[in-house]
Structure formats: structure tokens, C-alpha cells
Design a binder for this molecule. Structure first.
Ligand code: HEC
Ligand code: HEC
Length: 261
């Protein structure tokens, strides 16, 4: 009996040591710094990486056959997918395969990218093995160089908001929009030259992550107005609710009527 107890606690100690060891090795508190594009090698891998970068920053120009709107990946995955707190592609790359409740299955990185084509770009998912998906994966793989595999990299996704105690309100959101957003994104939300649309038929569809008020609010709070993100959590929620109330392409899973959801 005593021997058994001893053995069990011995195991615990071993486990604790292993856990501590892996925590040190992972070190998810350290912010990953993706390598500069210029350091990509001059070989086939480097060519794919550069092509992936070109698609991410000019999606309509470089992957137009799959794109259904005017957006580029980098309009949302800022700084060409490098910026922490703007769903950086390096943190995503090491986080898949992962279970997703949106699809009810374990999705690979390529499948996750296909979903952004379908919803965020309101387009057609490039086939598995297509040059576009292969290049985007190579680019994300390059950005993730040196980053340990796992779902918890610091800077992944968008930083969470606190509880504000108030529901998002689109009327208050309209005021925020006029004051903080309209100059760049336009009075009608349709964007301006070099400024992406937030709603209308040139924007993401109703099935996109950005079409979820809570998700859009976290992106906006951390990243908008571009270069000067000054909104309070409540203002971010309100303006997200205002944007969400505008018209945009339907969710392809639900058909045309979802425009009026
Ligand atoms: C309209 C904005 C928008 C555009 C354009 C967009 N995405 Fe996304 N993407 C998002 C949002 C929002 C999420 C997070 C969704 C969530 O948390 O539910 C996301 C998530 C992802 C993820 C998973 C991130 C993670 O950490 O799990 C990948 C990979 C990704 N997008 C790749 C792309 C690629 C590649 C493109 C271009 C082909 C693209 N996205 C275009 C908004 C966008
Ligand atoms: C100084 C100009 C500027 C202001 C002000 C600004 N944005 Fe943006 N916004 C941009 C640019 C430029 C991008 C694309 C970033 C890129 O491609 O690097 C963007 C991207 C976005 C996106 C993701 C892409 C899309 O079109 O859906 C959203 C959502 C967004 N902004 C919301 C807002 C909201 C809400 C406000 C006000 C709180 C705001 N922005 C204020 C310039 C601005």
C-alpha cells in the first residue's frame, strides 16, 4: 500500500517536471517575430513563399478566379498576415489541424484558408493542391519559422474584450462610425480607393467571421481606426453592431434570403 502510494506520487512528480519542461520549451509568452520576406531563399520554396505573399496582399489580382469581392487577405490579416492581434498567419499555421465547431470536424490549415475564400472573400475555395493554396501555406509556413506547434501562440487571433455590461447598440454605433471610420471607409461603407469596403456587395458575406458582431468588435478594438486604435470596448461593440446591420452578400450555406437575416 505504502509502496503503491509512493509510486503514484513519484509519477506525479515526474508529470509535474515534464509539464514544467514543456511550458519552458513552448514559452507561449514570447511574441514570435516572423522573418522578413527578403530572407526567403532563392529556390522553389522561396518562389512559393513570394507567390503566397503576393496572393495575400493582392488577392483579387493574384487569385481573382477564386475571389468574389474587392478584399485582400491582408485587409483583415494586417501587415501581410504578420501583425499580432490581427489573426496573424504564423500563429494560425501552427494551430491546425484543429477542431472547429463551425464545420464540426478537424480542419487542416488549407481547409481553414478555403473557408476564408468562401466567406471573407465571398468567393470559391481553391481546390486542395491548387497552386494558390499551396503558395499561401508555404508563405504561412515561412512566417512561422521557429514557432513551436500548438494552438496558444501569443498574438493569435484578436485580443478579447472585457465585459462592458451593455448590449451592442447600432444607433450609438452609427455615431462612432461617422466620427472614427467614415473618412476612410466611406459614407456608404463601400470603401474608397485603397480603402476596403465594410459592407455592400463588394465586401465579405454573412457567413464570414467578420460578420459576427463579437468577432468584428475584437478586430476593430485592436486595429481600427488603422494606426490609431482608440475606441473603448463599448464603442467597438457598438460600431460592429452598426456595420452588422448593413446589407452584404448572403451566407452561401443559407441562400439569398440570409441577406435579410
Ligand atoms: C473580411 C476579413 C477577412 C479576409 C478578407 C480574410 N480573412 Fe481570414 N479570417 C478573418 C477572421 C475574422 C478570422 C477569425 C475568425 C474567427 O475567429 O472566427 C479569420 C481566420 C483566418 C485563419 C485562421 C486563423 C486562426 O488563428 O485560426 C486563416 C488561416 C485565415 N483566416 C486565412 C485567410 C486567408 C489566406 C485569406 C485570403 C485568401 C483571408 N483569411 C481573408 C477575416 C478575414
Ligand atoms: C485611416 C483610415 C482608416 C480609418 C479611420 C479606419 N480604417 Fe478600417 N481599415 C483601413 C484600411 C486601410 C484597412 C485595410 C488594412 C490593410 O490592408 O492593411 C482597414 C480594414 C478594416 C476592416 C477589415 C477589412 C474590411 O474591409 O472589412 C474593418 C472591419 C475595418 N477596417 C473597420 C473599421 C472601423 C469600424 C473603423 C472605425 C472605428 C475603421 N475601420 C477606421 C483604414 C481605416
Amino acid at each position: 500500500m505504502t509502496l503503491r502510494l509512493f509510486r503514484i506520487s513519484g509519477l506525479w512528480i515526474l508529470q509535474a517536471l515534464l509539464l514544467a519542461g514543456s511550458a519552458c520549451a513552448r514559452d507561449s509568452d514570447v511574441l514570435h517575430r516572423p522573418p522578413a520576406l527578403a530572407s526567403a531563399p532563392q529556390d522553389k520554396y522561396g518562389d512559393l513563399v513570394r507567390m503566397g505573399h503576393a496572393i495575400v496582399t493582392d488577392t483579387l489580382g493574384k487569385a481573382g478566379r477564386y475571389s468574389g469581392n474587392r478584399l485582400s487577405c491582408s485587409n483583415c490579416h494586417l501587415d501581410a498576415g504578420r501583425k499580432p492581434g490581427a489573426a496573424p498567419l504564423w500563429a494560425a499555421f501552427v494551430a491546425y489541424p484543429a477542431w472547429r465547431t463551425k464545420t464540426d470536424r478537424v480542419d487542416t490549415f488549407d481547409e481553414r484558408v478555403q473557408q476564408c475564400f468562401r466567406y471573407s472573400l465571398n468567393g470559391i475555395p481553391p481546390a486542395y493542391g491548387s497552386i494558390e493554396l499551396t503558395a499561401i501555406a508555404a508563405y504561412a509556413h515561412f512566417l512561422a519559422r521557429g514557432l513551436p506547434v500548438g494552438p496558444d501562440s501569443k498574438g493569435r487571433g484578436f485580443p478579447l474584450l472585457g465585459k462592458t455590461g451593455l448590449d451592442p447598440n447600432r444607433d450609438r454605433g452609427r455615431v462612432v462610425y461617422r466620427q472614427h471610420c467614415q473618412n476612410c471607409h466611406g459614407e456608404d461603407g463601400g470603401g474608397l480607393p485603397n480603402m476596403p469596403p465594410l459592407w455592400g456587395f463588394g465586401s465579405y458575406n454573412k457567413g464570414a467571421g467578420m460578420a459576427n458582431v463579437a468577432t468584428a468588435a475584437t478586430f476593430i478594438k485592436a486595429n481600427m481606426p488603422l494606426g490609431n486604435p482608440v475606441l473603448s470596448d463599448q464603442q467597438a461593440l457598438d460600431v460592429a453592431a452598426y456595420i452588422d446591420a448593413q446589407v452584404r452578400p448572403p451566407d452561401p450555406r443559407r441562400g439569398l434570403l440570409s441577406i435579410f437575416r
